[in-house]
Unconditional design. Structure first.
Length: 468
């Protein structure tokens, strides 16, 4: 493909590929310099024939290299990747927010597949095509080239629908810069990633990129009307010519009336565009009811088939590692959940309390090299909402694991400190009695434990099975 076909310039040289990783550059590739000038020479040595660089770049380039300077190289590189790969599935949806993205994306893919459509989802669980096993991905939102390559592959395979999780990192780094969504959802906004974004305002602003720039002009925003920042999000959507649909207790189009816990799920009563609907779903917790309403709203706005959506939504399964019932021991239920933020931990404990006849136990830790401020918050929540608390390791990365646990224990007086996660799980399961509920929080679907810069194989699922 010609360079001037994929980015605005007067150079018509051939481009055979592109990457923002200098190690992946080959002959006649375009290199996106997104992480500083230090990788430019390596990219040129590997065969880069063109580069996109920040306007301020002062690198001395060889005369045979085409140099495109940009005020927003991340965005321009993403747009270039989109033009290079040309085609995507015709119907693209995206969902953002602190919690719930994975479940909502998974619910949408499941329902579309039940409706007979070729649908895929991308996100924390990886790429899932139809009802196939996930294809793992290192990031919730892949980099721009990987994302556009995956979308082109889905297009070539005949997929009509794709729903993706849009992380705050992926949005502010414009990994989705070349994507155009028809429908976008917003779940909630609670404390997370402040080590990266620094302030709550920056965190919200990153999320809003989805509605300002990624969602099409005539697109639909499906918003949680119950959250504090709803009016801010609604205003941004309307200022950018996006139609707004709301859900929740304060929602208009999907107005939640009440939820009622059932032995194996819950009953939801809500008004659906003015019509009262009663629905039973095999998922526990009010937050899952909210996730289901968001999924319904996005599906109906995308497909315009409300009857089919409501017919199939009752048959969804929970996403792997999202309040997933994985076993029973001595008459006690054992759940695994990905909750690693204060809000998510609070939600799962409150969701499981109505299902607990005996004691509610939680096992969790906090990640290293991440927002340390949430550690005492999560410790207090666990202390107040659970009967038994096991404080253990959860990806300490390069931090001292003992220090992380101690920061949690400062506000968790009932906490039992067991650093070795396998031993903590074994201990927690050995003490279970009939009517108890145990939730292993933090890792969810993950199969690795990051310790001292290395990744060791570890799975909460495998540990539970081992101890049953």
């Amino acid at each position: 493909m010609k360079l001037n076909q994929i980015i605005s310039c007067n150079d018509s040289r051939d481009i055979s590929g592109l990457s923002a990783d200098s190690r992946e550059i080959k002959k006649d590739f375009l290199f996106g310099s997104l992480n500083g000038d230090q990788y430019l020479q390596n990219a040129i040595d590997n065969g880069a024939t063109a580069v996109i660089v920040p306007r301020s770049c002062g690198f001395s380039f060889p005369k045979d290299v085409a140099v495109i300077k940009s005020d927003n190289p991340n965005k321009d590189f993403a747009m270039t990747a989109a033009r290079f790969y040309e085609h995507t599935p015709p119907h693209i949806m995206a969902v953002t927010g602190t919690n719930g993205k994975t479940s909502i994306a998974d619910f949408i893919r499941q329902v579309l597949t039940m409706m007979g459509e070729k649908a895929a989802s991308t996100g924390t669980l990886g790429m899932i095509k139809g009802n196939n096993e996930p294809i793992a991905s290192p990031n919730t939102t892949p980099n721009a080239v990987v994302l556009q390559r995956e979308l082109r592959q889905l297009y070539d395979e005949g997929y009509q629908y794709t729903v993706m999780e849009a992380s705050s990192h992926g949005l502010c780094q414009y990994r989705l810069g070349g994507v155009q969504c028809e429908v976008a959802g917003f779940t909630n906004l609670t404390r997370d990633h402040l080590d990266y974004h620094k302030t709550f305002e920056n965190y919200l602003d990153a999320k809003l990129i989805l509605f300002r720039e990624i969602l099409k002009k005539d697109g639909v925003a499906v918003l949680n009307a119950d959250i504090d920042c709803f009016e801010t999000i609604r205003q941004v959507c309307e200022e950018n010519d996006k139609r707004v649909v709301t859900y929740g207790y304060k929602g208009k189009e999907l107005h939640l009336l009440k939820t009622e816990p059932l032995p194996h799920g819950q009953h939801i009563e809500f008004e659906f565009y003015g019509k009262k609907i009663n629905l039973e779903i095999p998922l526990s917790g009010e937050f899952q009811a909210m996730n289901v309403l968001c999924a319904i709203g996005m599906l109906v706005e995308e497909t315009k088939k409300p009857d089919e959506v409501l017919k199939h939504i009752a048959n969804i399964r929970g996403a792997k590692g999202r309040l997933e019932l994985v076993g029973q021991k001595n008459g006690a239920a054992i759940y695994i959940d990905y909750a690693h933020t204060p809000d998510a931990l609070e939600n799962i404990l409150k969701a499981l309390r109505p299902h607990t006849k005996g004691r509610l136990a939680v096992l969790f830790g906090c990640g290293g090299d991440r927002d340390a401020g949430k550690r005492p918050i999560m410790g207090k929540l666990a202390n107040d909402l659970a009967d038994i608390v096991y404080v253990t390791d959860d990806n300490p990365r390069t931090e001292n694991a003992d220090t992380i646990r101690q920061q949690i224990m400062e506000t968790c007086l009932k906490g039992i400190n067991i650093g070795n996660r396998a031993l903590a799980i074994k201990t927690a399961m050995e003490t279970l009695k009939s009517g108890d509920v145990l939730v292993l929080a933090g890792k969810g679907h993950e199969t690795g434990q990051y310790i001292n810069g290395k990744i060791y194989h570890f799975s909460d699922h495998e540990e539970v099975i081992k101890n049953l």
